[in-house]
Design a protein around this ligand. Sequence first.
Ligand code: GLA
Length: 349
Amino acid sequence: MRASFREAFGMEGQAEGRAPARVNLIGDHTDYAAGFCLPMPLRCETRVTMARAGSFEARSEGHPAASFDPSGPPRGDWTDYVAGPLAELAEAGIEVPPVAVLVASDIPQGAGISSSAALEVAVLRAALALTGTSLRDAEVARMAQAAENNYCGVNCGILDQMASAAGRPGEALLLDCRTGEGRLVAVPPSFRFRVVHCGVARRLADGAYNERRRAVEEAAALLGIAALRDAVPSDVEGLPPSVRRRARHVVTENMRVVSAVAALEAQDVAGFGRAMSESHRSLAEDYEVSAPALDRLVTTMLAEGAAGARLTGAGFGGCAVALLPPELDSDLWWKRVSADNPAAWLVAD
Ligand code: GLA
């Protein structure tokens, strides 16, 4: 990075920040209902180098160099994910001087493994290092989410930013989205996860995502509770049909996260896998955020011997995650899964 920075800007980098991609093992579409999620960082990551400069300028492989202004309106391109976090820092009274920013990443974009959250968190870390400020991981995550909500105009929850900021390699993060706190849970070596892209990019996701959020908020309002986190399954059945299935997904998904964590701690691969597969069914049937390519991939993953499989992240395309039992030959498994899903590709193992 040092040499690339020198080459790009003709000066030395002064501060660095890095942040990983994530896979959510279970607990999707629960974060904006104050619920539970269980993400785990992946090995691929985004690295950001910064140095004080005459104006704000950013470069990233595959993109032309661009000037940006955190105090101005968004440009509507990737630099918003650099400007937004700097704007949030200014909002919190941490003024970042004009900087040159170099971004390097091996996270595939648009695969649903949080490349944007990783960029936001890495930018915040580099800017904090540059200004000699330290913040807790949970606070970094909250600022990254605020940047995405306020500057980039994406109405996401806290899952991705928390996973990227507070996740640790080899550990799952049980995230309580009400308190914003996470608890690390060790992943034993007998738990082998595979993250596979179904070959179809996320489509029309923003409108459908916001529509799901509205249904969940309406259900909570009808039940007279702050968030669906506070509901139990019997509450849901009295709701009008327009929101009942959406609410049922959220309520049962929270319960599945709790049972999956117990299975992880008991080293119960089969139990964890069952919770994953039930989660996929709920996301596909009650929440309706799957896609034909994702359903097919999950079906093949299970038919070829996975202990559990589910779509991961927002859905509508992107990735699925499978849990392989210890005795399964993973190369052979992948050979068979990819033969039946020719557009699929292995993102992480
Ligand atoms: C996207 C959002 C997250 C979360 C997931 C679904 O990744 O950015 O906040 O809502 O979808 O679990």
